[in-house]
Design a protein around this ligand. Structure first.
Ligand code: AMP
Length: 417
């Protein structure tokens, strides 16, 4: 038997209903903040990701699905969408007008060759947003608020918002110098990956999961990034936190928070929920003021986030959210061959009126058909024997009350509306 590849999953009904709900709420809520949906291809030139996410990140070093197309071009399945959205904006010259704000949301699959486990897949889905054209801390605060409100709208009330600031280029360079001074004498105690990252991209050291390295990084002498912020970045960060307080969004400042992508500047944030186990991050994001320029555009203030839908669904499944009103199902039972064909027509009429009608396609015993009606949770069963046919009518049984009623065929739909 051919099975799905490791780290990939099928999403089957009825769980798909939950996915549809997430997608519907995305459109509803993000739309109310002025975001429009963008859909970009799921594969791009590899260079787009190496230049944006960073050569020395886990994603680019070991997690990308990269292949050559028939013309020998290096392509990669998208591991995230921010770079793709920036590429699309530049290609369509959307960011040329000074002062104009552009807001996009996306929903779709991403691909990372990660070690599969609960909450970590190789094909997973994200819903995310990107806002272009503002350097204002209020944009950061609004984006974070929107993320929190999104979880609330879905019924997840007690998410935690962790926030930190990397600052601008100057701040990051200051911090890197501090970090170098602290780490240099300890290189012998750090893992080979950390030693390599020390040379290539020292900030990525903070992503290391090796316990002995983590212990060194949690020592009290470890430099704290927010202490290296320039005055401008410090003001920006303060203004973000103060705006979050204005809208009553609770947050925790976490100076150890770094994100696994190189393009972030200033504010970064992550939202977690304790119900989903070790992979507790539902989503994260931040500001990326240098990315548009790095990909070939002019300097543009930008901020965004991405939420992992699989993890969100995991969290939602733990909630006792009452099912939304299901449509009432009408099951059409056939007593004979003629009825099977008649039911095809009756069901068509019912569906044209917006009703949900299910029929069988082959002759089964009435008992077997009633069992099927029960299995699918039909509220009504419609039957038609010789007597009813002679009177141009049908018998309608309410499966909840057991009540039966004879109804003329031409009024059938009215019984259910
Ligand atoms: P990132 O793009 O790494 O900032 O991730 C944003 C969110 O996407 C995370 O918080 C997760 O919810 C989700 N995510 C990232 N990688 C995976 C994965 N391999 N499997 C499932 N969800 C993921």
């Amino acid at each position: 038997m051919i099975k799905a590849l490791r780290g990939t999953y099928d999403i089957l009904p009825p769980e798909t209903t939950l996915w549809q709900k997430v997608e519907q709420k995305t459109r509803e809520l993000f739309g109310s903040y002025g975001y429009g949906e963008i859909r970009t291809p799921i594969f791009e030139r590899t260079e787009l990701f190496t230049r944006s996410i960073g050569e020395a990140t886990d994603i680019v070093e070991k997690e990308m699905y990269t292949f050559q197309d028939r013309k020998g071009r290096s392509c990669s399945l998208r591991p995230e969408a921010t770079a793709c959205v920036v590429r699309a904006c530049l290609e369509h010259k959307l960011l040329n007008q000074q002062g104009k704000i552009h807001k996009f949301f996306y929903i779709g699959p991403m691909f990372r060759y990660d070690r599969p486990q609960a909450g970590r897949q190789r094909q997973f889905n994200q819903v995310g947003v990107e806002l272009f054209g503002s350097y204002s801390p209020l944009a950061d605060a609004e984006v974070i608020t929107m993320m929190v409100r999104f979880f609330e709208l879905l019924g997840l009330k007690n998410v935690s918002v962790n926030i930190n600031s990397l600052g601008d280029k100057e701040s990051v360079e200051n911090y890197k110098d501090e970090l170098k001074k602290f780490i240099q004498p300890k290189l012998g105690e750090l893992c080979p990956d950390c030693n390599r990252r020390f040379e290539k991209n020292i900030l990525r050291l903070l992503d290391c999961k090796v316990p002995s390295c983590k212990e060194i990084f949690s020592s009290p002498e470890m430099p704290v990034i927010t202490n290296s912020l320039s005055d401008v970045s410090r003001e920006h960060y303060k203004a973000v936190l103060s705006a979050l307080k204005d809208v009553n969004v609770n947050f925790v400042e976490d100076s150890g928070l770094v994100r696994g992508l190189d393009y972030y500047t200033e504010t970064i944030f992550e939202i977690t929920h304790n119900s989903i186990g070790a992979q507790s991050a539902l989503g994260g994001g931040g500001r990326y003021n240098n990315l548009v320029k790095e990909i070939g555009g002019s300097a543009t203030g930008a901020v965004g986030f991405a939420i992992g839908i699989e993890r969100l669904i995991l969290a939602l499944k733990q909630l006792d959210i009452p099912e939304e009103d299901q449509k009432e199902i009408i099951y059409l039972v056939s007593f004979d061959e003629a009825a099977i064909r008649e039911n095809l027509v009756f069901a068509d009429e019912l569906r044209k009126k917006g009703l949900t009608a299910i029929t069988g396609y082959q002759k089964l015993s009435v008992k077997a058909q009633m069992r099927q009606a029960n299995n699918i949770g039909a509220k009504f069963v419609v039957m038609r024997g010789e007597d009813e046919r002679a009177q141009e009518s049908v018998k309608v049984k309410n499966m909840e009350t057991g009540e039966e009623k004879i109804t003329p065929v031409q009024n059938l739909a009215d019984e259910f509306i």
